[in-house]
Design a protein around this ligand. Structure first.
Ligand code: CAA
Length: 694
């Protein structure tokens, strides 16, 4: 049974206990309905208390896995159950001692009172899944907290703390973190004015125009999908009218959105980004003390991530001035977080004091994990690893932060390759949620597992990749950028290519990203690739732009112009002249290229390379590939990821298109991987590849 009922005098305690997160799937709904009726039939009961048996979580809301099956339709539905609680004969109090999301907050809104503990976190994240709260949330929440807060919570999808919930009257009282259940029972026994059932749905509707005004004032970054945002706003507007009509509208929209393509893709993305079970024994190597080598941009960012996760960090750089500057940047970072009200001054001090700079590398000898973040150069890194090998205690993990270099070669600079692992942090490390864990040919499974555990502590999405040039993300990104650059050689302007891909949903165009990353970085990678993989030629114009001294955004000009220190890309006549000259020399005859063709070709490059990564075993699953592109490269979430989007187009159609391309240009690159051909023939989906192993 996922719900238990116990009697505490004249109060019945209903305890939700469905691991891991009390998702409100059919079994839990059925058990809760049964317990409720049992309680209502007991004449001695005066009130009910709804609690969770799971530490730190009340419930994660509806069971998302059910949305693709008949689950949510199986009686009792969540909305039905909530209505029964609200209209039932006994007052029901919800004790929200932890995370309370989506349908769980709607359940709490159907209760007559809500108590919060210090660790409570209350939110309606449905919009992130391309949905809206479908169990009365769009109608009850605004009646309780007003239009402004409701718009922020429903359209923004971010949770609020227990304290904020109290301020907004979403919660009625706080209970301390110790003896929470007893405190809640005591509150119920002493509730001021007794415990009459208070029904949120009976509260007055919002004033006319309230939602339009609130939406106008709220500055919310668009999340989820456009249809969900529009529908959520419509339903909130309906909360200006009768409850029942609003509820019916919400019900309708929920079902429509749930079965729509955007919500399906967003659900897939949600599960693609969940942590994978480690393939080794995570407990085998404890990480209590970390050290970082290098105080450049990446080293500093990594130190911040580690300190924020509560890990003590020893930090070394051969250049003492650079280390001192790094330390100052770390302090500035935490101070900025305080001024933006994201951190308390106490936490900022605590995080900053977790970092100890050391002038002598020998002082890191006892670290359990060392992350090297020095200049991206094989010989420099191998030199550092030789030193680390001499200094570190046995069993320490040696991580190298690299975005393209061969982790095996770095590992072989030591006498302990099984302890060496690649850690590809994305820049800026404190902001970007992705971490590629690069498994070398000798890396021990317990090292990979320990890094998966570390990623969880850092709250990063971890994907394990094998060794190759660029691992998963950059290897695909290079082919995507290469096709974008070839399209420019054939006649599209960089601004047009960027606009087409942004219009399709990418957060930024490829050339904008290249400018942001720095053209010097891309240039040196291309020079290496020109000799190592000549069958995948880069057009000349991109190198000429770099060779003209343009560094990208950091230098004020790159593929695009950034006049007056701005960040908005503009057309650049000089670059266009370089493109025209290089294209002429390459014998290209410029043509107008439609946006659809630009998007299709760049996407096909991603899919072709993704299939090869899967075939070669560099990526374990299509979900891993998609997670990398969603979390690291701004791929539109509501399109699921490159592999998912291939399934949406249909694999046979994708294979046919790749073959057509292979017949006309770059046959080695465009020839579809055998894996893709086989899946297409079998009528299988790419997104399922590797799922069992994941
Ligand atoms: N349904 C089904 N499974 C869920 C789930 C949900 N709502 N939420 C989490 N899970 C699963 C995860 O897939 C994971 O499963 P595995 O162990 O098999 O991989 C497990 O629970 C633990 O999740 P996390 O690894 O994410 O654990 P965490 O501690 O890092 O985070 C969490 C916990 C904050 C609850 C996070 O999982 C989360 O944000 N979940 C989604 C919450 C959400 O979006 N709820 C709204 C649902 S839609 C809805 O409720 C509609 C409605 O109006 C009726």
């Amino acid at each position: 049974m996922s719900v238990a009922i116990t009697m505490r005098g004249d109060i019945g305690v209903l305890t939700l206990d469905s691991p891991p997160v009390n998702a409100l799937g059919h079994a839990l709904r059925r058990d809760l309905a049964r317990c409720l009726e049992e309680a209502y039939a007991r004449p001695e009961l005066r009130a009910l208390l709804l609690v969770s048996a799971r530490a730190g979580i009340f419930s994660a809301g509806a069971d998302i896995k059910e949305f693709d099956h008949a689950g949510p339709q199986l009686a009792p539905g969540l909305g039905e159950l909530i209505d029964r609680i609200e209209s039932g004969p006994l007052p029901v109090v919800a004790l929200l001692d932890g995370v309370t999301l989506g349908g769980a907050l709607e359940l709490a809104l159907g209760c007559h009172y809500r108590l919060v503990s210090p660790r409570a976190s209350l939110g309606l994240p449905e919009i992130k899944l391309g949905l809206l709260p479908g169990a009365g949330g769009t109608q009850r929440l605004p009646r309780l907290v007003g239009a402004r807060q409701a718009v922020e919570m429903v359209l923004g999808g971010e949770p609020v703390t227990g304290e904020a919930a109290l301020r907004h009257k979403l919660a009625d009282a706080r209970v301390p973190q110790v003896d929470t259940l007893e405190q809640a029972l005591a509150w119920m026994r002493n509730a001021p004015g007794g415990l009459a059932p208070r029904r949120v749905s009976s509260l007055p509707a919002l004033a006319p125009q309230a939602v339009a005004e609130a939406a106008h004032e709220a500055a919310i970054r668009p999340v989820g999908s456009a249809p969900a945002r529009e529908a959520a706003l419509l339903c909130l507007v309906a909360a200006q009218g009768p409850y029942e009509a609003g509820r019916a509208l919400e019900h309708d929209w929920f079902a429509r959105l749930r079965d729509g393509p955007e919500a399906r893709a967003l659900r897939y993305a949600f599960f693609a980004e969940r942590p994978r079970a480690p393939s080794g024994d995570a407990s085998a190597r404890r990480i209590d003390q970390v050290a970082v080598i290098g105080a450049g941009t990446m080293g500093t960012g990594i130190v911040i991530c580690l300190a924020e996760a509560g890990l003590p960090v020893l930090w070394h750089d051969v250049d003492a001035d650079c280390l001192a500057q790094g330390r100052a940047r770390v302090r500035q970072h935490f101070d900025r977080q305080v001024s933006r009200k994201r951190l308390t001054p106490g936490h900022a001090d605590q995080f900053a004091s977790a970092v100890t700079t050391v002038g002598d590398m020998a002082d890191i000898a006892q670290a359990d994990l060392v992350i090297e973040a020095v200049f991206e150069d094989m010989e420099v890194k191998r030199g550092v690893f030789r030193q680390l090998d001499r200094i570190l205690k046995p069993g320490a993990i040696l991580g190298t932060n690299t975005s393209t270099l061969d982790v095996n070669r770095i590992a072989h600079a030591t006498r302990r390759p099984p302890d060496v692992v690649g850690l590809h942090f994305f820049s800026p490390a404190p902001v970007m949620p992705l971490l590629e864990i690069v498994r070398g040919e000798a890396t021990h499974a317990d090292v990979v597992a320990a890094m998966q555990g570390l990623a969880r502590r850092l709250r990063k999405i971890a994907v394990v990749a094998g060794v190759c040039d660029g691992f998963i993300g950059n290897r695909m990104w290079h082919q995507y950028l290469r096709q974008a650059a070839l399209l420019v050689q054939e006649g599209a302007m960089p601004m047009e290519v960027d606009a087409a891909l942004r219009e399709w949903g990418f957060a930024m165009g490829p050339f904008q990203v290249a400018d942001l990353a720095g053209l010097d970085v891309g240039y040196s990678i291309r020079q290496r690739q020109r000799s190592e993989t000549p069958e995948r030629p880069w057009p000349d114009w991109l190198d000429r732009v770099s060779e003209s001294g343009r560094l990208g955004l950091k230098g004020g000009s790159g593929i695009h112009a950034y006049p007056d220190g701005g960040r908005q890309p503009q057309r650049d006549a000089e670059v266009e002249a370089m493109i025209a000259a290089a294209s002429r020399e390459a014998g290209a005859s410029p043509r107008a290229i439609p946006a659809g063709e630009i998007v299709e070709r760049c996407l096909h490059a991603l899919i072709a390379e993704a299939a090869r990564l899967l075939e070669e075993g560099i990526a374990a699953s299509a979900a891993d590939v998609d997670a990398v592109f969603l979390a690291g490269y701004g791929f539109p979430r509501w399109r699921g990821g490159p592999c998912y989007s291939a399934d949406v187009s249909g694999l046979p159609a994708v294979v046919a298109a790749l073959r057509r391309r292979a017949a006309n240009e770059e046959p080695q690159f465009w020839q579809p991987a055998e894996l893709l051909v086989r899946l297409a023939r079998q009528g299988a989906r790419l997104q399922d590849h590797g799922r069992e192993a994941a």
